[in-house]
Design a protein around this ligand. Structure first.
Ligand code: SF4
Ligand code: SF4
Length: 367
């Protein structure tokens, strides 16, 4: 059982903050050499640099028949049906491919679904299939199971649904991982999993939760349980992981068995402990950053804040990191409350409220 897909949203970076192409090339080669072949990108990932990395590291260096490539149309940006063609052509050019093995509408939710219907984006997907420019189609999804049921009832023609599934969000009332998965199963759709490690949160559990997993096996990584949880679901075909080190890649590639019922019950117990200690359930996707007029690195502040809330005694160590971050770029105190970021957050987080919590924790108490 290895359903691993290589997600190009989080990539290795050099100390200067650029994509580390040399390491990425090595990781791409190792991934293929292990018999895995599914790569995933999107028009908006890393401001277009993800599609560039696909071209440089994968398309230019490996035969087209040796990999499957998934890309996503930013359907929510369309202002006409014709826009679909324009963006698709740009994606073909950026990736230097004639066709995509899987082509998805990116980030459907209630608002974006309205746009998709208005500009006949599902019809566009069908046309791509007929002309051989997309082999399979579908959409990535962030909303309720009820809306998913409605969309799949109206559009039974799609092949895949890409869902946020992990053991922390399985019973979440907002993400609704389990209910969305069951809805996809009901409609006979194959599932592609995103965020199986919840943006890294399930690879760095708080101490108590980590000890529970250690008791299962002292050698297995925390991330491996999160990946196995998603891979164990029968209707799941691909589990995407954003990997930025060779160690992560090799760990994810290691042979795995499906989770036992006992292991699953331990993961749910760990999730309960984790849920109580996560102050901001940010996945670190970075969608909120590019539109921010103050260039505030929102997920980095949330990561720091979560660390602080889990280990309040470490505040004295964390505060200087915070001061350095604010000195080198926009900080929570620079936020003007325009809420552009909140409209871009797939997790629908009240970002401005959380930023003010961050500010209160660090600017007020540690200055
Ligand atoms: S509300 Fe604040 S953080 Fe969000 S986009 Fe505006 S300035 Fe940036
Ligand atoms: S705040 Fe939302 S959009 Fe920004 S990185 Fe976190 S989850 Fe992604």
């Amino acid at each position: 059982m290895n359903k691993l897909g290589f997600g190009f949203l989080r990539l290795p970076v050099t100390p200067a903050g650029e994509i580390d192409l040399s390491l990425l090339d090595q990781m791409t080669d190792v991934f293929l050499a292990h018999g895995q072949n599914y790569f995933d990108t999107a028009y908006t990932y890393l401001d277009g640099k993800s599609e560039w990395a696909i071209r440089e590291s994968l398309v230019k260096r490996h035969p087209r028949s040796s990999f499957l490539l998934a890309d996503k149309l930013p359907g929510y940006k369309m202002t006409s049906h014709e826009d679909c063609y324009r963006y698709f052509k740009e994606q073909q050019d950026r990736c230097q491919v004639d066709f995509f093995d899987v082509y998805l509408l990116h980030w459907l939710n209630g608002k974006h679904y309205e746009i998709a219907e208005k500009y006949r984006e599902f019809g566009f997907l069908e046309e791509l299939k007929k002309t051989g420019k997309a082999i399979k189609t579908g959409f990535s999804y962030h909303d309720s199971a009820d809306l998913l049921d409605e969309i799949l009832t109206r559009h039974p023609e799609v092949d895949y649904v890409q869902l946020q599934i992990n053991y922390l969000d399985w019973e979440s009332s907002s993400i609704q991982s389990r209910r969305c998965y069951e809805t996809a199963v009901k409609h006979g759709k194959k599932v592609i999993v995103m965020e199986p490690v919840k943006g890294g949160a399930l690879a760095a559990l708080p101490e108590k939760a980590g000890r529970l997993l250690e008791k299962l096996s002292p050698d297995a990584s925390q991330a491996s349980y999160a990946i196995r949880f998603a891979e164990s679901l029968p209707q799941v075909e691909i589990v995407l992981s954003g990997m930025n080190t060779m160690e992560q890649l090799l760990d994810n590639l290691a042979c795995r068995q499906p989770l036992t019922e006992y292991e699953q019950s331990v993961l749910f117990e760990a999730a309960g402990l984790l849920r109580n200690s996560i102050a901001v359930p940010c996945t670190g996707c970075g969608y909120c950053v590019s539109g921010c007029p103050k260039k505030i690195h929102i997920p980095e502040y949330f990561r720091l804040y979560n660390e602080y809330k889990q280990n309040p005694g470490d505040g004295w160590k964390i505060a200087p990191v915070y001061q350095n971050m604010t000195a080198s770029g926009g900080g929570p105190a620079d936020c003007i409350g325009c809420k552009k970021c909140e409209g871009s957050c797939p997790q629908t987080l009240p970002i401005t409220k959380f930023l003010s919590d961050v500010r209160e924790a660090f600017d007020d108490r540690h200055s």
